[in-house]
Every structure is written in structure tokens, then in C-alpha cells.
Design a protein around this ligand. Sequence first.
Ligand SMILES: NCCC[C@H](NC(=O)CCC(=O)O)C(=O)O
Ligand SMILES: NC(=O)OP(=O)(O)O
Length: 318
Amino acid sequence: MRNFTSVHDVDDVTALVNLALELKQDPLKYANIGRNKTLGLIFFNPSLRTRLSTQKAAHNLTLRVMDMNVGQDSWNLEIRDNVVMDGDTSEHIKEAAAVIGQYCDIIGIRSFPSLNDKDTDYKEEVIQKFITYSGVPVVSLESATRHPLQSLADLITINELKKTARPKVVLTWAAHPKALPQAVPNSFAEWMNHPDANVDLVITHPEGYELDPKFTQGAKITYNQNEALEGADFVYAKNWSSYKYYGNIISKDKSWMISPEKMKLTNQAKFMHCLPVRRNVIVSDAVIDSPDSVVIQQAGNRVWSAQAVLKKILEDNF
Ligand SMILES: NCCC[C@H](NC(=O)CCC(=O)O)C(=O)O
Ligand SMILES: NC(=O)OP(=O)(O)O
């Protein structure tokens, strides 16, 4: 594996999940593989889990880590090509990526979408330009359209907790006051639809919140949340803004919040969310504080997800 930007970069998903579970049992098993190598973590947006879990994973592999918040610690970067840079961007991504590639052996990038222009966001310019110009392997720390380290951690968590060979997994939209990216649900759908995930995926959302079919193909999609939740083994809640009416909030329907009444429709499902989550907006206190909530285990698994990916990249490229 050279880069990790989506499930398509992984040649054997089952093997990667098994590697993560092996690392969870024995975190320092491959502690020498990153010796004298440097990982750079570049953030265009805030992060708690991704920043800290990836650092922890790197430390377990003896990688050195440098991190930077673009525009706060560094210059504002210009992403577009062929522009006269007489505005508020001081440095072009072409130079910035190439220079960071001189200092780092692997680069992680977090870059959210603008949610203004679908074509620009779905072109994934920031991460693609880092791949083109840095000359080193690149790992997505959540890009405009995907969050693969999160989805891998989600799959690890489902594998740890499933009670049947092929569980029913429900991805449900819930209302939110801010327009959020589609990256988490796109990526979750793409990973759950992979044959190695071995789950039945049902996606439920109000009309107009259809995701790009490129990610959801193979899943059952319904506007009826109660019907979707019936018999679910896992409930994965997430808000996203509309893909069709790009970046807009078209429903504020509070009835989509995951409450104890909704959880009663399920097969004593585990409640999942990538975090950060707004309590009593996306999920009620009673559900997130219940024994069926696995959000902390899920966040804990971000370490093993990142460590498995970094180990594979180190092994395959150095
Ligand atoms: N990395 C996990 C999710 C990050 C982001 N959430 C947010 O921006 C939530 C912000 C808020 O609730 O104010 C998203 O949905 O893609
Ligand atoms: N789930 C997740 O990626 O969290 P952060 O945005 O805090 O990194």
C-alpha cells in the first residue's frame, strides 16, 4: 500500500482488520518498524481523535511525529492552479507539499470540503495535490469526501461486537444545526458495502439527503427510519448536509434523534457515532450513556486502525 485515501487502496480488508486486532493485543509487536522515520500530520481543520490516536499509533511504531495546523501555524495555502496570488494566500500547495515531503517520510492530511461547490470538493484537490507533489506516501485524516481511518475503526468495532456472522448495520441521518460534510457517511457506506465487511447495510435519511451512489451502491436505502431500525444489530448515527442540494440543510426534523424508544425497535443494537457528537441533538443522553453505547470503544479503536495502516505503509515502502 502506497497511500491510504479509501478502501480501494487496501488489497486485503480482512487482513488489515486482523492486523489491527493483533496490534490491539500486542501494541509494541512491530515497535521497530518506524525507527528513524518521521510522520507529518497536517491539519486544515480541528481534530481530537484523529490527531491523538494517530500520534499514539505512530509512537507504538517508534515513528517521530510533527504536526501543523495550516493557516494558524503556517502560511495560508493556495490550492487552485494558475491564479495570481495577490489575495490572502501566501504559499502554493505545490511548494508546501514538496517541502513537507523533504522533512517527512509519510504525510497525513485532514482537509474538509468547502460545501460550496460539489465538483471542486469531490475532486479531492488537497489530498490529491499532496500525493502528486510531496513524493511520499499520504494518509487521509478525513478528506473532503471520505474518512477511511474512521471507517476502518468502525469495522474493527463491529467485528469485535457482532453476535451473528452477518449483522444488520443501520446508518441513520439525524438533524444538526450546522452543515456537515458527507465524508463520514460516504466512507462508512463504502467500507460496509465491501464484501469483506460481511454486513447487511441499511441507510435511512429524509428525502433529499441521498448520498453519492458511488458510495452507497449495494445498500438498502429508505426514508422510513423506524422501518430501518427494525431488528438492527448496530445503529450508526451521523448528520450530513445534502449532496443533491449541495451543502444545504434541508431538514431540521428533530424526530430523527436516536432515543431509547427508537433503540427499542432494534435487536438490542449497539449505538455508534464517530464523535464529536451533540448530545440531545443527534442522540439522547439516555442512549449515549447506556451500556449499549460503544462510542468510546469505537474511538479507542482509532489507534489500532491508524497503527495497522502505518505499519502496512512502512512495510511496503521502506
Ligand atoms: N471527524 C469526525 C467528524 C468531523 C465533522 N464533524 C463536525 O464538524 C462537527 C462539528 C460540530 O458539531 O460543531 C464531520 O461531520 O465530518
Ligand atoms: N472521529 C474523528 O475523526 O474525530 P476528530 O474529528 O476529533 O479527529
